[in-house]
Write a protein that binds this ligand. Structure first.
Ligand SMILES: Cc1cc2nc3c(=O)[nH]c(=O)nc-3n(C[C@H](O)[C@H](O)[C@H](O)COP(=O)(O)OP(=O)(O)OC[C@H]3O[C@@H](n4cnc5c(N)ncnc54)[C@H](O)[C@@H]3O)c2cc1C
Length: 430
């Protein structure tokens, strides 16, 4: 095998670069609280923090360490909005929820960065903006629509032509790009741990290494059963996104748990580093198969995209991303790629996130469809409001029934076929 494709330390980069984990013990014995949360990613931790801020007794259980799921291993891109453009969101969700969701998703980076500032979360946060780049002429029209619709809503998004995007990225691959000042970057595991530390400091109780194995009704409330004890609570919040299991009937069948892969270089020499995204934006491509990348604080290049739909089996799983990076910037060809990892997120069939209230005093939020860094954090504030009496009808997302996807068990084949089809379409320029 080519030497450059050998990962020195296969595994998650953030395990070595993130801020220290907060202490947390598995649940032992029974505990009574007002709100119990299952899942210690951004949705769960942000909900815990916002509930603790409101003086509520809240406890959270997380099967792995806090931030173990997508929260601790994502691309670290803080992006505004949804996959759909604002006009489409307003059409699809109607005059009440449409504008609310546009506002919530558009304002999510602001919300996240202000939370980081408020709690002084040390997570390499930087606000260099987001580039959304098109490499086909057809893609330019979509970018123009994007710019027009957000400008109508007061957001100064810039449209870069081919020369502009070449200067911004260091590659001539793209025909156009938008630059959205709302976006930025962070170390995702540090951010998850920072949320956990802030929640703990406000009085939330967080149990890592504690898998919820069963849920039971308990009078008007709920019992969350784990191997070492149980949480009893008036309200239950499920925040398990792409890692949802059998805990709530049919929930895991209501989305596709897509794997996304990331590969990282060693810190690049200054001379090469500053030819890649010199102004420090994050970038995602607007093709059929999303590729996303950024430079981190140490000048590593983090290159992400769709990959094998299973746990990594070796460096070969990441070869396509490395090859693509070397096509974009031939100068990095001699650099070493030291880390490669993947994780799962919940992709919904229509790319809209979901808010469910499937039984009295149960709330579920998931399905950020690859855009959860800012959005899941913001949803935590919404869930906390709902758990403390804000009527569900006042939230940004409409409450929807849990709808299983037909033929869900063929999803792996479906996703693999979709990726292959997307690559084919991209290569044909359609
Ligand atoms: C590789 C990758 C790259 C990504 N890049 C980006 C990006 O750059 N920008 C962006 O905006 N989004 C990105 N995303 C998506 C983003 O990370 C997710 O949308 C976000 O983390 C969702 O947060 P969450 O808290 O809802 O879920 P998660 O962070 O996945 O947390 C769910 C948690 O629930 C726990 N859990 C599940 N079942 C149980 C149980 N029974 N008991 C106890 N705990 C349980 C899991 O262990 C897990 O830790 C990426 C995702 C991946 C996988």
């Amino acid at each position: 095998m080519n030497d450059r494709l050998r990962l020195d330390r296969p595994g998650d980069l953030y395990a070595t670069t993130a801020a220290a984990a907060v202490p947390s013990r598995p649940l032992a014995g029974d505990r009574r609280v007002e709100v119990a949360i299952v899942g210690g990613g951004y949705t769960g931790l942000s909900t815990a923090l916002h509930l603790a801020e409101r003086g509520k007794e809240v406890a959270l259980v997380e099967a792995g360490e806090l931030g173990w799921g997508a929260a601790g291993r994502n691309g670290g891109q803080v992006n505004a909005g949804l996959k759909h453009e604002p006009d489409e969101v307003e059409r699809a969700l109607g005059p009440v929820h449409g504008p609310r969701l546009v506002q919530l998703s558009g304002g999510a980076p602001d919300y996240l960065f202000s939370l980081i500032e408020r709690y002084r979360i040390d997570c390499e946060a930087q606000r260099g903006g987001t580039l959304r780049a098109a490499y086909r002429h057809g893609g330019r029209r979509a970018l123009e629509t994007h710019v027009r619709q957000w400008r109508e809503r007061g957001v100064e998004i810039e449209l870069l032509d081919a020369a502009g995007v070449a200067a911004a990225t260091g590659t001539t691959r793209y025909v156009a790009a938008t630059r959205d000042p709302r976006g930025g970057a962070l170390n995702p595991l540090s951010f998850a741990r920072g949320l956990a530390a802030a929640a703990l400091a406000r009085g939330a109780v967080l149990h890592g290494d504690t898998r919820a194995t069963r849920l039971e009704r308990d009078g008007g409330g709920w019992r969350v059963i784990t191997a070492g004890g149980a949480l009893r609570a008036n309200t239950l919040v499920l925040a398990t996104d792409g890692y949802s299991d059998h805990l709530w009937p049919r929930l895991a069948q209501s989305f596709i748990p897509v794997y996304s892969s990331i590969v990282a270089t060693e810190p690049l020499p200054e001379a090469i580093a500053h030819t890649i995204l010199p102004a420090g934006e994050v970038l995602y491509e607007s093709g059929n198969v999303t590729v996303y990348y950024r430079r981190d604080r140490a000048n590593r290049l983090l290159m992400g995209g769709r990959g094998r739909q299973h746990e990594p089996s070796g460096p070969q799983d990441f070869r396509h991303l490395i090859r693509y990076a070397e096509e974009l910037w031939p100068a990095i060809a001699g650099q070493r790629w030291t880390h490669g990892w993947n994780g799962q997120f919940a992709l919904t069939p229509d790319f809209y996130p979901r808010l469910h209230a499937p039984a009295p005093n149960v709330l579920v939020a998931l399905g950020y469809s690859g855009r959860g860094v800012a959005l899941a954090t913001t949803m935590g504030a919404e869930l906390a409001a709902a758990a403390t009496g804000t009527p569900l009808a006042e939230l940004a997302l409409p409450v929807m029934p849990i709808k299983p996807i037909p033929f869900h068990r063929f999803w792996r084949i479906g996703v693999a076929a979709r990726i292959a089809f997307g690559r084919l379409q991209d290569s044909l320029g359609s």
